[in-house]
Design a protein around this ligand. Structure first.
Ligand code: HAM
Length: 420
C-alpha cells in the first residue's frame, strides 16, 4: 500500500497554488502598506514557551500540542500558533529598544492535534500580525481596520466582525469569583477538564465544547458586564473609533478566545458560508504576554487568520482569482537542423525576458502543440527544415488562433514589443 499524507495535513497541489500565491502576496502588500515588517520564526520552540504564553489550562496546550523530546532530552513543541514565538523573538532580540510600536507580520504553518473536519486541520496556515508597544485603543482599531481592508481588497463580503472585552487580570479575578459561585452547584455534573479549570482558571470553563457543560453555562454572568472602569473606557473608545470609520461590528459577550494571553479587546471575523468552522480570523490584545515571557511590561495586539478558511470563503463566494503566470511562447522543433536552432533561439528569447518553453522530449508536432496548449502559453512557433531554410516561421497566437509569417531575425523584437 502506498503511504499517504498524515491525517489532518493537506498537499497544496500545483492546480491550487495560484490561489495561495495570490492571497499571500495581497496579505504581504497590505501589511507592508500599514508599516509591518515580515518575521520568520522556527516551526518548533521549547514547550515551555507555549505553556507560559498560550497558557497551560487551555485546550491548545492541554490537548492539542505536538510535543516530543528531542535527542538532547529537551521538550519541543511544533508551534500551535504564531504569537508566542513572535513575543519570544521580540524579547530575545531586544526589539523593545527599537522605535515603538514594533509591527510584525507572518505567514506560517501551525500544528494542533484537533478533530479533523472541513476547515479544521492538524497542519494549517495562518497569516498574522503582532503590534507591540501601543496600548491605545487606536491600535486596536488600526489592526481591525487593516483586516477589514484586506477582506475588501480580496472582494470578500459579509464577514461578520464580533467584538468583546475580556478585561484585565484585576477585573478578571473578581469575575472568576463570581463565575465560581454561579457554578458552585453545577460543577459536580460537568466534565473533568471543567472541574480542573474550576480550581485553576475558572474563566476557561466558558471555552468548554462539551454539550452538557455548555448547557450549564447558559445563564452564566458575562465578563463584559463586570469589567473595571479603565477596561470599560478602553472598550468604549474602540467601539466609538470603529463607528467613526464605519466598520460595522456586533458585540458578542460570549467570545472568550481559546488562548490565555488575551486582555481587553478580543474579536473574530466569522463567515456563515463555510460550515461550523466559520471563524476565519481571531485576535485581540495581550498586554501581559511580553512580561509573562520574561520581557519588560509591553502592550500588544494582533490577529491570525486561517488561510484554508479564507480560501474556502473566497471560493464559496465565487471570487475570481487572477490568471496564473505562464511561459510566453512555446518553440517546437522537428528534424535534425531545427534542434540546435531552437536551442539558440530559446536562449536568446530568455535573455530578452521572453519566457520560452522548448521541446525537450523529441515528440511529434501534434503532441508538441497539445502540450503547448496545456501550458497556457500565449504564442507558439514550430521550426522544421523548411523554416530553417527560409529563415521564416509561423507565429501562432494561441488565444485568437491567428497565424502570422514572421522572419526569425525579427522574432525577438516583435515579441518584446508585443509584451510591452
Ligand atoms: P486562533 O483563534 O487560535 O488565534 O487561530 C486563528 C485562526 O486560525 C482561526 O480563526 C482559524 O481561522 C485558524 N485556525 C485555528 N485552528 C485551526 C485549525 N485546526 N485548522 C484550520 N484553521 C485553524 C491564534 O492563533 C492567535 N495567535 C491569534 C492572535 C495573534 N492573537 C493575537 N495575535
Amino acid at each position: 500500500m502506498p503511504i499517504q499524507a498524515p491525517r489532518g495535513t493537506r498537499d497544496i497541489l500545483p492546480d491550487d497554488i495560484n490561489q495561495w500565491n495570490y492571497v499571500e502576496k495581497e496579505f504581504a502588500l497590505v501589511c507592508k502598506k500599514f508599516g509591518y515588517k515580515e518575521i520568520r520564526l522556527p516551526v518548533f520552540e521549547y514547550t515551555e514557551l507555549f505553556q507560559r504564553g498560550v497558557g497551560d489550562t487551555t485546550d491548545v496546550v492541554q490537548k492539542e500540542m505536538y510535543t516530543f523530546e528531542d535527542k538532547g532530552g529537551r521538550s519541543i513543541t511544533l508551534r500551535p500558533e504564531g504569537t508566542a514565538g513572535v513575543v519570544r523573538s521580540y524579547i530575545e532580540h531586544g526589539m523593545s529598544s527599537l522605535p515603538q510600536p514594533v509591527k510584525l507580520f507572518y505567514q506560517i504553518t501551525a500544528y494542533r492535534y484537533e478533530k479533523v473536519q472541513k476547515g479544521r486541520y492538524r497542519e494549517f496556515h495562518q497569516f498574522g500580525v503582532e503590534l507591540l508597544g501601543a496600548a491605545d485603543p487606536a491600535a486596536d482599531v488600526e489592526v481591525i481596520s487593516m483586516l477589514s481592508l484586506f477582506f475588501n481588497r480580496l472582494g470578500i463580503k459579509n464577514l461578520k466582525l464580533n467584538l468583546n472585552s475580556i478585561g484585565c487580570p484585576e477585573c478578571r479575578s473578581a469575575y472568576n469569583e463570581l463565575l465560581k459561585s454561579y457554578l458552585a452547584d453545577k460543577i459536580g455534573d460537568m466534565c473533568d477538564t471543567c472541574k480542573t479549570r474550576y480550581g485553576r482558571n475558572p474563566m476557561r470553563i466558558l471555552d468548554c465544547k462539551e454539550e452538557l457543560c455548555k448547557k450549564k453555562l447558559i445563564d452564566a454572568p458575562a465578563l463584559l458586564d463586570h469589567i473595571c472602569d479603565d477596561c470599560r473606557e478602553h472598550f468604549n473608545q474602540v467601539t466609538k473609533k470603529l463607528d467613526t470609520i464605519d466598520i460595522h461590528f456586533d458585540i458578542d459577550k460570549n467570545i472568550v478566545r481559546g488562548l490565555d494571553y488575551y486582555t481587553r479587546t478580543v474579536f473574530e471575523f466569522v463567515s456563515e458560508n463555510i460550515g461550523t468552522q466559520g471563524t476565519v480570523c481571531g485576535g485581540g490584545r495581550y498586554d501581559g504576554l511580553v512580561e509573562a515571557c520574561g520581557g519588560a511590561p509591553t502592550p500588544g495586539i494582533g490577529f491570525a487568520l486561517g488561510v484554508e478558511r479564507l480560501l474556502l470563503e473566497m471560493n464559496s463566494q465565487g471570487i475570481e482569482f487572477p490568471i496564473p503566470e505562464t511561459p510566453d511562447i512555446y518553440i517546437g522543433a522537428i528534424g535534425e537542423k531545427a534542434g540546435p536552432v531552437s536551442e539558440k533561439l530559446a536562449w536568446q528569447l530568455r535573455n530578452n525576458n521572453i519566457y520560452c518553453i522548448k521541446d525537450i522530449m523529441g515528440r511529434s508536432v501534434r503532441a508538441q502543440m497539445k502540450y503547448a496548449d496545456k501550458l497556457g502559453v500565449r504564442y507558439s512557433l514550430i521550426l522544421g527544415d523548411n523554416e530553417i531554410e527560409s529563415n521564416k516561421a509561423q507565429l501562432r497566437d494561441m488565444k485568437t488562433g491567428e497565424v502570422k509569417d514572421i522572419s526569425l531575425d525579427t522574432l525577438i523584437d516583435r515579441l518584446v514589443k508585443n509584451k510591452g
